[in-house]
Write a new protein. Structure first.
Length: 96
């Protein structure tokens, strides 16, 4: 019973967390290159693992938590790349 109540309390918090992850991924895609995404994903892996251990998740729940966070960030990074490409197509590119 307490686990169900705990899950209901965190329902909105997890939504905000997913939105924050999407925003971080999108901004990384718009502003930075792949090297920075790798740093963000490595940091996200450590944070997801720490969150899962602190909540005493099982191995499967830990793996799903890590995959969900990574998927949200990488998908929004891709959308950021598409947005950057779309907006940069209309401006002059400087080679050097």
């Amino acid at each position: 019973m307490p686990k169900i109540f705990f899950a209901e309390c965190l329902e909105h918090g997890m939504g905000y967390t997913a939105l924050a992850l999407a925003l971080v991924g999108f901004l990384t895609g718009v502003l930075f290159r792949l090297r920075y995404l790798l740093v963000v994903l490595a940091l996200l892996l450590v944070l997801s693992l720490a969150f899962s251990v602190s909540r005493e998740f099982s191995f499967l729940e830990t793996a799903l938590t890590i995959m969900a966070a990574q998927t949200i960030t990488q998908a929004s990074y891709f959308l950021g790349l598409v947005a950057r490409t779309f907006f940069m197509a209309n401006t002059a590119r400087h080679i050097l």
